[in-house]
Design a protein around this ligand. Structure first.
Ligand code: F0G
Length: 457
């Protein structure tokens, strides 16, 4: 008999998580203004809010913590990180930052001016926030297939080259760079193919534009290329990663994802002039160029994490767990973004709760239902997160209204996934009785979903 698949690690340390009863959760979510970000973590049983900074570091990473060099300038930990970035990603220059959005802040301060357009596949919310904060515009050029959760496509993160060309043709003078998010979080943790990255590179070269990768989940992207793109089956993950990044001029990185650390980020680039310009902002916002908001110990763990995060066996364990949850949901008939993404399962809330008007926030309503059902915390990737249009101040209703169940790396077992799947099935069975959503009572002008207060409609 063929042996079943299992994880490529065993557990050395555990952390207790707390169960609760529905009456407690009803009170807690009310007190949190029906905003899952405002819950205390011990009010949550299984936390699938994010896979960012929530992974379990390995014994080797923890041992790196002990030997970090905390020198202000020129720490050996900086050079360890520099060597890992050069070895795995192939960039000569880099600046550490405290996390991914800080990398965006520094790089965008260097490159973006008011009125600019930044085309790419679907921008992540902090990326879009940092663009719009500078009175510039994020232009989504993702392929149309990505916006229909029922369509099977191996690379739903791909850029529609015609859409990209059109923006470049019409606004070339106002476009400082193209940004490609690998994997594309907003479209459902969906990968971008090497073929597509090459085409983007060709277009960029024709118009003389930089290409920047938003790289939080670059290794998961490489895993999908290995499995799905013709010609890559026999390539190692690291070979694919090198080929991907050979097509970029610069990258921003939230190391809290595929470098499997709890905090950290960086910008990497080829051009010394860009490095010099960005260094000024890094020193102002983050810290001196050899630590940029990170402790030496954290840079050590990050360097090690880049190696562990690009091992095939680890990636297979991780992505197959996400797929496991996705398959369970599909067996119950629950509508999810297909194919299942790398870091999360995205439940299609429009199709889950079709009776609820979009003005009552379907994905948020579903996420609250799931929390009440089993203490499982997911997150809304829909109209709340989409914010208001910066010009008209009208609510934006994106094509995809999703509840994301993001799986932390090396943290939960498949038994936890079973709990999540069963809880959602219970809600699915009574979905027709859910006909009351939520309205906004208080919101911030930008990135409102983090702090918003809601009331029952
Ligand atoms: N880019 C992408 C694609 C991301 O998913 C994130 C964060 C960032 C940039 C910003 O990085 O959090 O380190 O500042 N995504 C998290 C999430 C928060 O839950 O998807 P950060």
């Amino acid at each position: 008999m063929e042996l079943p698949f299992s994880e490529s690690y065993k557990i050395k340390m555990v952390e207790t998580i707390k169960k609760s009863v529905r009456a407690e959760r009803e009170q807690w979510i009310r007190e949190a203004g029906y905003n899952l970000f405002r819950l205390k973590s011990d009010q949550v049983f299984i936390d699938l809010l994010t896979d960012s900074g929530t992974g379990a570091m390995s014994d080797k990473q923890w041992s790196e913590i002990m030997v970090g060099d905390e020198s202000y300038a020129g720490a050996s930990s900086f050079y360890k990180m520099k060597d890992a970035i050069s070895d795995i990603l192939g960039f000569e220059y880099f600046l550490p930052t405290h996390q991914g959005r800080a990398a965006e802040n520094v790089l965008f301060s260097t490159l973006i001016h008011e009125g600019d357009l930044i085309p790419g596949n679907s921008h992540f919310d902090t990326t879009k926030g940092h663009i719009e904060f500078r009175k510039a515009f994020a232009v989504d050029c993702t392929i149309d297939e990505a916006f229909d959760t029922t369509v099977q496509h191996p690379f739903k993160g791909n850029v529609d080259i015609d859409k990209l060309e059109k923006v470049l043709k019409e606004h070339s003078g106002k476009i400082p760079f193209i940004i490609i998010t690998v994997t594309c979080n907003s479209s459902g943790g969906q990968p971008v193919s090497i073929e597509n990255l090459k085409k983007v590179r060709q277009v960029a070269d024709r118009y003389g534009k930089l290409v920047v990768f938003d790289s939080a989940r670059f290794a998961e992207n490489a895993y999908f290329i290995k499995l799905r793109e013709p010609g890559y089956r026999d390539h190692s993950i690291r070979e694919i990663v090198r080929e991907m990044f050979s097509l970029a001029d610069a990258m921003t990185m939230s190391s809290k994802k595929d470098a499997i650390v709890n905090m950290g980020g960086f910008i990497a680039m080829r051009d010394h002039q860009l490095y010099t310009k960005a260094s000024v902002f890094n020193i102002m916002f983050e810290g001196y160029v050899t630590y940029g908001g990170m402790s030496g110990r954290d840079m050590n763990a990050l360097a090690r994490g880049l190696y562990e995060g690009t091992e095939f066996d680890y990636l297979e364990s991780r992505i197959r767990q996400v797929e496991y949850l996705g398959q369970r949901l599909q067996e119950y008939g629950i509508p999810v973004q297909q194919p299942i993404g790398g870091h999360a399962v995205f439940v299609d809330a429009k199709r889950f709760l079709p009776n609820l008007p979009k003005e009552q926030f379907q994905a948020q309503t579903l996420a609250i239902e799931l929390y009440l059902e089993a203490g499982v915390r997911g997150v809304e990737i829909g109209a709340l997160m989409a914010d208001r249009d910066p010009v008209t101040r009208q609510n934006r209703y994106p094509e995809l209204e999703l509840m994301r169940l993001a799986i932390p790396r090396r943290v939960y077992t498949n038994n936890h996934m079973e709990v999540v799947a069963t809880a959602l099935k219970n809600i699915w069975d009574r979905r027709h009785s859910i006909n009351r959503g939520f309205v906004i009572t208080e919101e911030a002008p930008i990135m409102r979903h983090f702090t918003i207060t809601l009331a029952q409609a």
